[in-house]
Design a protein around this ligand. Structure first.
Ligand code: HEM
Length: 508
């Protein structure tokens, strides 16, 4: 028999399960050695293949057993990111309680995060903590196709033709608000601007009734919803604590109040120009049915949550930066004068769109102080990222991936002198965010789930700031505020005192 035939014979015996009986003891020992050797060779080849193909999992930041990096993360999330980044580079993992989080820092490694289809990378699992706040049947409580239909209603309600009329309301609210300021004084702008933003958002999104007939009540209920969104809610949204109980009661009460408003509008055939009206008239393409009162209320709460604090803290940071940067304050004032000379004193959508310097200031403020410091997704299937240095990592299914606007906006390889306030970096000729490539600037996210309210936010902040600076001189009294990273929407810490003085005559 040739050696080949012998081998075939042996294989056949192997398959028939008879091979052990045929092999004498010393040959069994030899076989065991061979099997062991084969295993060692295979394992070594696998490691060599992994090494050369660089297909490895991200480095894991060492943490305390059981709780993982949770203690550090809760106390100082940016500190944790900074440690991870310094030790491991742009991609690293950390265990937070029972979950593994992988941080992807910078545009080179965050493309899949923003662009991947929902079946590969999704929001629902990580943004579940919003469900009790928005209530059942909307956004993260429904399947993706329904959520997309609901966001389509929101897109309809925020399109330019609607935005034009909202701007008129924003201007009216801001003028009425600043008319109540005295001739001069010191004011905590944090509280004051938050009040103004809730008034404009109520008028334009929640509707006339919420603004004119039940403003105090609705504001209190929204406050209870706010207070029920704690860091612990992210991990345990239904933990039976007093703040969650109040949150749930507030949601129920808001649904009751808005149900009454919706019934009245329908009964009296009233049509208003607000987001509420868009939702009342909307129908699902898939079923042809109208939204229930509960869905309408839930979507209004979601829109308000997405847009209220984000705009409120941004207008405050803009004020703090402008009052600390005399050159830019003077430039913004000059721009207002120029616009008034060219278009008159009236403020509308077109006029606000022409305020390029103020736009640059807001954009730069959002680079340094993005209200959402971390964005998250859940990974459904493994994918690979490659860092700027060319190292590839496989991000495993089951990880939560995190990208950070705050961190990405401070990368020296993208932004020149990144800690300095320099709105010119976005002006034609430099455009550092474009030079850096897609997802270099992510204050409004990007890709599949980019912000739907970006234009609304810009218009609101521009309207407020134009009216403020046309009528008052402003000076920051407190020291420049730090960031409160313990809150979901990162605003300045403590109160923010500003001295104001009414101009003898408004800017002209
Ligand atoms: C300065 C103001 C604002 C900032 C900085 C901001 C920021 C963001 C960011 C970073 C995201 C992406 C979240 C993610 O990828 O996980 C987002 C999404 C979103 N924003 Fe805004 N936002 C602002 C104002 C608004 C306003 C005024 C509204 C509505 C009236 C709004 C509605 C939304 C909605 C509906 C989404 C979800 C889009 C989706 O998942 O497809 N935002 N926003």
């Amino acid at each position: 028999m040739s050696s080949l035939e012998e081998q075939v014979e042996r294989e056949l015996h192997f398959l028939q399960g008879r091979w052990l009986q045929d092999i004498p003891l010393d040959r069994t020992v030899l076989l065991c050695v061979l099997v062991l050797l084969t295993a060692v060779v295979l394992a070594t080849s696998l490691s060599i293949w992994r090494f050369f193909s660089s297909k490895k999992h991200p480095p894991m930041l060492p943490t305390i057993p059981l709780v993982g990096g949770m203690v550090k993360f809760a106390a100082d999330p940016i500190g944790l990111m900074s440690t991870g980044h310094k030790l491991c580079g742009d991609v690293f993992s950390v265990r937070l309680l029972h979950r593994k989080f992988t941080f992807l820092i910078g545009p080179e490694v965050s493309g899949h995060f923003f662009r991947a289809p929902e079946k590969e990378v999704s929001q629902k699992e990580v943004y579940q903590f919003n469900v009790p706040t928005f209530g059942p049947g909307v956004v993260f409580d429904v399947d993706y196709p329904v959520r997309m239909e609901q966001f389509r209603f929101l897109v309809d309600g925020l399109k330019q033709v609607k935005l034009r009329s909202y701007v008129a309301d924003m201007v009216r609210e801001a003028e009425a608000h600043f008319a109540k300021w005295g001739v001069e004084g010191v004011i905590d702008l944090k509280k004051d601007l938050a009040d103004l933003i809730i008034a404009t958002a109520s008028r334009t999104l929640l509707g006339r009734e919420a603004r004119e007939q039940m403003f105090e009540k609705v504001s209190d209920l929204l406050h209870d919803l706010d207070q029920g969104m704690l860091p612990i809610s992210f991990f345990f949204p239904y933990l039976p604590i007093p703040a969650h109980k109040k949150r749930d009661e507030a949601n129920k009460e808001l649904r009751r109040l808005f149900s009454r408003v919706i019934t009245n509008r329908r009964a009296a055939n009233i049509s208003e120009n607000d987001l509420l009206q868009t939702f009342i008239e909307a129908t699902y393409k898939s079923s042809g049915r109208h939204l229930t009162d509960g869905e309408i209320t839930g979507l209004l709460i979601a829109a308000l949550f997405a847009g209220q604090h984000t705009s409120s803290v941004t207008s405050l940071w803009v004020s703090a930066h402008l009052c600390s940067e005399p050159k830019w304050l003077a430039r913004v004032v000059e721009e207002q004068k120029r616009i008034i000379a060219e278009h008159g004193a009236a403020l509308n959508f077109d006029v606000l769109s022409k305020m390029d310097d103020l736009h640059l200031v807001i954009k730069e403020t959002l680079r340094l102080h993005p209200p959402l410091m971390m964005l998250m997704r859940y990974v459904h299937s493994d994918f690979t990222v490659t860092t700027a240095e060319g190292t590839s990592y496989v991000i495993p299914k089951g990880h939560v991936i995190v990208t950070s606007p705050y961190y990405a906006h401070r990368l020296e390889r993208i932004y020149r002198d990144p800690l300095s306030f320099d709105p010119e970096r976005f002006a034609p000729g430099r455009e550092e965010d474009k030079v850096g490539g897609a997802f270099s600037y992510i204050a409004f996210g990007g890709g599949r789930h980019g912000c739907l309210g970006e234009n609304f936010g810009y218009m609101q902040i521009k309207a407020i700031w134009s009216i403020l600076i046309r009528n008052f001189e402003l000076e920051l009294v407190s020291s420049f505020p730090g960031s409160d990273f313990r809150s979901f929407v990162v605003g300045p810490t403590g109160s923010c005192a500003f001295r104001y003085k009414r101009r003898a005559t408004p800017l002209a």
